[in-house]
Structures are given as C-alpha cells and as structure tokens.
Design a protein around this ligand. Structure first.
Ligand code: AMP
Ligand code: MN
Ligand code: MN
Length: 341
C-alpha cells in the first residue's frame, strides 16, 4: 500500500544545476566508478529511470561486470563494456566517482568538449566535471539522486526507489555507520512508502554470502595482525587464498570490517593482492583518523572513515609502508586528543 509522506529537504544551487542538466540534455552517457558497489549502481540506475521518464535516451557503461547480487536492480542488465560502445558522447553524467581515473577505460567514451556532470559525495572529489554536484554531507550518492528528483519535483516509482534504497543501505552499512543521518532515515522511510521491501534487499545484498566467501573469511581471519598499541589491525588476502576458496574479487569486500570492529582498534585495514605486484588497500576508521586523506596520499581516495587505494609492490613492502603511515596518523591523533584533555 502506498502512502504519502511529506519531506522538507535542503537544496543548494548545485542541485538546481544538476536538475537543469537532467532536463536540458539528451543522449546521455551514464558512468560510475570501476568495480561498482551498491551506491554506484543504485544511483546511476535510479538516475537512468528518472532520465527515461523525462524522455531521454541513456547509455550505461562500466569497465567491470555487474556483481550477480545487484542484477535484481531494474535496468542492471543494460550495462555495456566500453569496448561494446561506438563513438564518443558530448553529454555525460558520472555518479559516485571522485576522480576521472576511477572511471577507468570508460572515460575514453567522453568527447573532449563534453559537458560532464559530476554527482558525488567523496571528500577527495577533485571536481573533474564541467558541472559538479559534490555534496559532502550526503551519506550516499543515492541520497543526492533522490534530492535531484525532489528538485525536479518528480514522482519516484518503485523501480527507482529500489535502486535508491539499495545504495543508501550499502553506503551506510545497513544504516549503522556514522554517516547515518536524520535525512538518510527520512529518505529511506520515504522510499518505503513507494513499496520498497527492505528485508528482501538487505537479505540479497548484505546478509547472503556465498560459500567461497565464507571460506575466504576463514582464510583471511588466519592472517589477522595487530600493532603494539592495539589501535591498528589488519587482514591480508593473497591471490592464492581467493583462488583456493573459489572466490572472486567481490568476495573480499567487507573483510576489512573484522579488524576494524575489534575493541580498541581505531583503523582496520585489508591488504589484497589484486594482481601480481598490485595491492589494493582498504581502510576503515572508527572515530578520529582521516583515512581518506591517507588514501589520497597513496594515490587513492574515499571518505574520512572509509577509503582505499592501490599500490604497486610486494605485499610485505606495501604493508610496511602503509602501516608506518597509519601508525603515524594514529599517534598524532591520539596525542592531539591527549592535549585537549
Ligand atoms: P573500499 O575500501 O574499496 O570499499 O572503498 C572505500 C571507499 O573509498 C569507497 O567510498 C570508495 O569509493 C573509496 N575508494 C576506494 N578505492 C579508491 C581509489 N583507488 N580511489 C579513490 N577512492 C577509492
Ligand atoms: Mn562507491
Ligand atoms: Mn558512495
């Protein structure tokens, strides 16, 4: 049963710019970051629904296959690889991506003179669009897309609501992380009035794990490490561990929460050998350490409490370098707190 629910959301000029972009342009290329997560997919697919309602043609492109667990999202089957698409686009919208590099090979489809709208919430966003709606207060890009629809005074149907709820839920860790705000919960509640089934989505996307994923958790926990202060803990995932478990890259997601959640730990880290000589590092912090800034120093990015980067080198050398840097950050933040007391 659908119920009406009124909302009173704050919108700045950038929302007007984005809403105008939605209305003004057609034949749009819609992009998100490589290895797309729930927020990237939820936001771009919700936007695709809204744009189609406005009578626009959209092309969805990503470098990587869409994870099976997100294939239930309406229009998810419309994604193409950049190699499957001919020509370049003059009108492009990028979602949930902090810099052009993270668009990967898909960026080759952007014409040099293109109008590019950058819709994102990463603190490390470098405003690479010709137009930018970067809302650092938003917990998820899905929250921003909801507000673009609100600015456009568009009705949100069940398909769009399903996409938006999925990204709001995944980027807040199931409405648990520190980015879970009053506005997030108001929007989530509003999406339920459109008929969204929260249990079905959380069960598919967050609760259900594959058998290889569980085997990988077992193997990863065997590698747990912790520094002398007890404030930094980590797990290590080698290619061999992923292969032995019969898993894939996606199965590694979330492992970083085990060290992060340990009592007394401020920064949890996962080190994953993504290919020989390339190490993907994921950071999660609890209260004080800005891991987004650390990831940025290493050529990556993210948020203050969740960030990532990829480093070249041997696993042990990368670990040593990263742990030294995080150790410094933890010590300086702890010292800072002690000074305040
Ligand atoms: P992850 O550790 O991959 O789950 O990512 C945590 C957060 O950091 C997410 O918001 C990502 O979008 C962001 N992030 C991860 N890797 C990178 C990267 N190489 N460059 C920029 N942002 C990243
Ligand atoms: Mn994302
Ligand atoms: Mn996001």
């Amino acid at each position: 049963m659908k119920r009406k629910m009124s909302l009173n959301l704050k919108l700045n000029q950038d929302y007007k710019t984005a809403a105008d972009f939605f209305q003004a342009h057609d034949d749009l290329l819609l992009l998100v970051h490589e290895k797309p997560d729930g927020d990237a997919l939820g936001s771009v697919l919700a936007a695709a629904h809204l744009l189609q309602k406005l009578g626009k043609t959209v092309t969805l492109v990503n470098d990587d296959p869409i994870p099976d667990k997100f294939m239930f999202l309406p229009l998810a089957d419309r994604f193409q690889l950049p190699e499957q698409v001919a020509g370049k686009f003059d009108r492009v919208i990028s979602f949930d991506c902090g810099d052009r590099k993270r668009l990967g090979r898909s960026a080759s489809l952007i014409a040099e003179s293109a109008h590019l709208l950058n819709v994102d919430h990463h603190v490390t966003n470098d405003k690479f669009g010709t137009e930018n709606l970067v809302d650092l207060e938003a917990a998820a890009t899905c929250q921003i897309v909801f507000k673009i629809a609100y600015q456009l005074q568009m009705e949100i149907d069940l398909d769009t609501a399903t996409c938006l709820y999925t990204g709001l839920m995944t980027d807040t860790g199931g409405f648990r992380y520190s980015n879970t705000s009053e506005e997030v919960l108001l929007i989530a509640a509003n999406l339920l009035t459109k008929g969204v089934s929260p249990y079905k989505i959380v069960d598919r996307v967050m609760e259900t794990i594959s058998w290889p994923q569980l085997l990988l958790i077992r193997a990863a926990l065997d590698t747990l490490g912790r520094d002398d202060s007890g404030q930094i803990a980590w797990v290590t995932i080698t290619r061999q561990m992923v292969d032995t478990a019969g898993g894939c890259d996606e199965d590694v997601e979330g492992l970083v929460n085990y060290p992060r959640n340990v009592e007394g730990v401020e920064v949890g880290i996962s080190f994953r050998e993504s290919s020989p000589g390339r190490i993907k590092v994921s950071f999660r912090s609890k209260y004080v350490v800005d891991v987004g800034a650390i990831a940025l120093e290493f050529g990556g990015g993210g948020h203050a409490r969740a960030a990532g980067c990829t480093l070249e080198g041997e696993l042990s050398a990368v670990q040593e370098k990263v742990l030294a840097r995080v150790g410094e950050a933890v010590r300086s933040n702890t010292a800072h707190l002690e000074e305040k007391e």
